[in-house]
Design a protein around this ligand. Structure first.
Ligand code: NAD
Length: 351
């Protein structure tokens, strides 16, 4: 059985496969842990080449959500949904309604929201079938809710600010930040960094987005495959995961890595590689918790001010990890993983 021997199987509590012939839904909901509460995590829609690739993503991302939610101090476990983008034309409403029924069948063990490839409108379709969804438009002006990205961007911005203070002992004014990916998070992040006086070097698959950043923030641009080489102080991965490996780490120009992308390290040993080069790595799931903090605040019926307060705690958690890493002479990713695993009542990873 591919699941039990899967390298990313970390004794996940449940892996649920959903298919709906009418709408074309093919999806997986992976529940890593409900130790701290219902498993919460977004719904990714992606052009997976195979079911195996989708399963790997679901397993890795859901474990990351357990760690993220635990270290963000949320009463939530970790889960993630992945939907294989249908190969032919499809009705989005029908697809997300079918997904909503799938989520509902889990009886509240999993709470969904937006992720790469899904939108607020999609979550409204999900919400027509289940109450176990967040990321919906706020019902009152002061409520938490809406798309998680601006909250994620706020957390990443605060994390970069604190990492720069820790590593260079300076403010963001004049600091050079290389940003990979100008999507929902990356573009918002650019705005805050620009306002704080940082110089930006940006890269995206979309020429239009690069042009928009050039115009709005006087950003320099770099080719997609070499943004990590750009002369910069901070590298902020805000596109896809797995971008840090033995090769890119050896080539990296920046001395701080701090960005929104999930699973930035190709393997755990990359944390030690970064440390070996004197690069301060800010564990991705600590940095990018702003969105899920807002999602959970919305689900609990809390206000936007409460969510913002919680997002502003991210630098504190990061500082604790930096200091522990120094004191224990360990890479920051190992320290963060150990803290998270202790909180969710797990020993060393199985897979
Ligand atoms: P998005 O889909 O809105 O944007 C991603 C951007 O990256 C797109 O503009 C795309 O063109 C660009 N891109 C893709 N591959 C690239 C490459 N090789 N080089 C340069 N650019 C590339 O996604 P998002 O919501 O901004 O999220 C960005 C990352 O942050 C994702 O990894 C996501 O999982 C993670 N994240 C997002 C949130 C959130 O609230 N949106 C929360 C936590 C983590």
């Amino acid at each position: 059985m591919v699941l039990f021997s899967h390298p990313s199987n970390d004794a996940h509590e449940g892996v649920h496969v959903f298919q709906d012939h009418e709408s074309g839904l093919r999806g997986i909901v992976a529940i890593h842990s409900t130790h701290l509460g219902p498993a919460a995590g977004g719904c990714r829609v992606w052009n997976y080449r195979s079911g195996e690739e989708a399963l790997t993503d679901a397993l890795r991302l859901s474990r990351g959500m357990s760690y993220k939610n635990a270290l963000a101090g949320l009463n939530a476990g970790g889960g993630k949904a992945v939907i294989l983008a249908p190969p032919h034309r499809f009705d989005r409403r029908e697809l997300f309604e079918a997904f909503g029924r799938a989520v509902d069948s889990l009886g509240g063990r999993y709470i969904t929201a937006e992720d790469v490839g899904s939108t607020v409108q999609d979550m409204e379709c999900v919400g027509s079938q289940t109450s176990h969804v967040a990321g919906l438009p706020p019902d009152r002006p002061a409520s938490a809710g809406g798309h998680p990205s601006p909250w994620t961007a706020l957390g990443v911005f605060l994390a970069i600010k604190s990492a720069v203070e820790h590593r260079f002992g300076r403010s963001l004014d004049g600091v050079r930040v290389a940003i990979q990916g100008l999507g929902n998070v990356g573009f918002n992040l650019c705005r805050s960094l620009h306002d704080a006086g940082a110089e930006l070097i940006v890269s995206d698959l979309s020429r239009e987005r690069m042009l928009a950043a050039k115009t709005a923030f006087r950003a320099h641009t770099a080719p997609v495959d070499s943004i990590h080489l750009a002369d910069s102080d901070v590298f902020a991965p805000c596109a896809m995961g797995g971008i840090l490996d033995a090769r890119t780490i050896a080539e990296l120009a920046a001395k701080v890595v701090c960005g929104a992308a999930n699973n930035q390290l190709s393997e755990a040993a990359d944390g030690e590689r970064l440390r070996g080069r004197g690069i301060l790595y800010c564990p991705d799931y600590v940095v990018n918790a702003g969105g899920i903090i807002n999602v959970m605040a919305e689900h609990a019926g809390l206000g936007a001010a409460t969510a913002e307060n919680q997002v502003r705690q991210i630098p504190l958690r990061l500082s604790e990890i930096f200091f522990r890493a120094q004191a224990e002479d360990k890479p920051t990713n190992e320290v963060a993983d150990s803290l998270a695993r202790a909180l969710i009542g797990r020993g060393e990873p199985i897979g």
